[in-house]
Design a protein around this ligand. Structure first.
Ligand code: AMP
Ligand code: MG
Length: 438
């Protein structure tokens, strides 16, 4: 059976999480090739450094300078010509003839037997190549120092010009999701603005007759729409442009209009609700007219049903690009889990990011977990340091797909792999931290 979104069938067998991820990555790749989005100049903008956090670098950032720009001292100590270390004298004595500060180099030349007091970062004086750190001297006065030759080798404690970066070499590669250290690095090169990929436009909508907007009163059987808020929070972590399409009723023409409107404006549409078995036929009917969408039953918990594919490029949309569509399940926790598993990496990939993987770690599970092989499970949990200093993880109570409180209390997922069975207390389990992701 084909799982491709080109074959929009409701699967009777379950799709492995990894197969679903791979199918999504393939379709995004096709979209990128079609639209040449990565190399399209219209998709690049120049932003000031302080606006560039979490954006994706569009071109390699080449260093305009050598870093460091000159040989300099890595320590507070005394700079001298390391030639004297070649002698057989175990103890070396040198005359202190001046001081070099960071930002105030020493101009003179040193003679044999002389040294210079030097601060970390200060430019190495001419004909000096070695620094003895202050704490390694055996004697130190205003005018003279002594130290054991065995304490160091020629060239020690000196940073060489261009050691970190050479002029013209890439300091940051295209595709980097820019982090604080990248902004600092760009600033250290004197670069005030970066070429980044434009923000993806991501439309979100919630579907369901039972949903009410905040501020409305709840009649019997209705609930507040929470998914748009968790989704916009998730998307804000990625510094995207969010187009909020509100709540749409379970009504074919309302849904169709909302999908058309979103597709006209957005690169990606993320809806929640309306893809579970009872409602999928209804959504499927609309999708057949608007695009090419697969309805998947994924072997995972929570988050089993999911629709994924493309909405056709609309006439008049400029540029005429297709819109990527994720129909996430309605359950509030399932929305976050499917976003984490499938949507996040697709958004990053679509926007030219070179790495989309999430960092994983392992911890000792403090309790037994019942688990059937044959599906991937995401359990909400709290990672902390156990009494023995080892990382431990405990679940945050009830794991029902609708229970947001246990998600809110958690700081990580325990991820139980597809083939894994029951977990015993004390076993190591895979953990993905929320911080920076969710
Ligand atoms: P559905 O996938 O539409 O069958 O929805 C599954 C469950 O999630 C139902 O209990 C819905 O009421 C609930 N649900 C759907 N959408 C939302 C939403 N936007 N906010 C909160 N709960 C939702
Ligand atoms: Mg529904």
């Amino acid at each position: 059976m084909k799982h491709s979104p080109n074959n929009p069938i409701l699967l009777t067998s379950s799709l492995h999480v990894d197969e679903a991820r791979a199918a999504i990555a393939r379709l995004v790749e096709e979209l990128l090739n079609e639209s040449q989005a990565i190399s399209d100049p219209a998709d690049i903008e120049i932003v000031a450094l302080d606006q560039a956090i979490n954006r994706i670098l569009a071109e390699d950032l080449l260093s305009p300078i050598d870093v460091p720009a000159a040989d300099n001292s890595a320590m507070d100590g005394f700079a001298f010509d390391g030639k004297c270390l070649d002698t057989n004298t175990p103890e070396i004595a040198l005359q202190v003839v001046g001081t070099a500060f960071a930002g105030k180099p020493y101009e003179g030349n040193l003679k044999t037997g002389e040294c210079l007091k030097i601060m970390t970062g200060a430019v190495m004086p001419a004909n000096c190549d070695t620094v003895i750190p202050q704490e390694l001297t055996t004697e130190m006065t205003e005018t003279q120092i002594t130290f054991q030759q065995a304490q160091l080798k020629r060239g020690d404690n000196r940073r060489l010009r261009g050691e970190d970066l050479q002029t013209g070499k890439p300091a940051i590669s295209a595709g980097r999701l820019l982090r604080p250290s990248d902004l600092g690095l760009a600033a250290s090169l004197g670069i005030a603005a970066l070429k980044v990929r434009r923000k993806l436009k991501v439309a979100i909508l919630s579907s369901g007759n039972e949903l009410r907007t905040l501020g409305e009163s709840l009649d019997i059987g209705s609930i507040y729409d929470s998914n748009r808020y968790s989704l916009s929070g998730l998307l804000n972590r990625l510094n995207l442009e969010i187009i909020d399409c509100g709540i749409v009723r379970d009504d074919p023409s309302a849904l169709k209009n909302a999908f058309c409107e979103a597709a006209a404006k957005a690169d990606v549409l993320i809806s929640s609700g309306g893809v579970s078995v009872g409602e999928a036929d209804f959504t499927k009917q609309i999708m057949q007219e608007l695009g090419d969408v697969g309805f998947w039953k994924i072997a995972m918990r929570p988050g089993r049903p999911m629709a994924f594919g493309i909405l056709k490029a609309l006439a008049g949309k400029s540029p005429a690009r297709k819109t990527l569509f994720f129909g996430l399940p309605g359950n509030p926790v399932a929305v976050m889990v499917t976003f984490y598993q499938f949507v996040r990496s697709a958004l990053l990939q679509l926007n030219g990011a070179s790495h989309t993987d999430v960092p994983m770690t392992q911890a000792i599970c403090t309790e037994a977990i019942r688990k059937k092989p044959g599906r991937t499970e995401f359990q909400r949990a709290i990672l902390s340091r156990g009494e023995d200093g080892k990382p431990t993880v405990r679940l945050t109570g009830s794991q029902g797909a609708g229970i947001l409180r246990s998600m809110s209390e958690a700081n990580c997922f325990v991820i139980l792999a597809h083939d894994q069975g029951n977990v015993a207390a004390g076993e190591w389990v895979d953990v993905a931290l929320f911080e920076g992701l969710l």
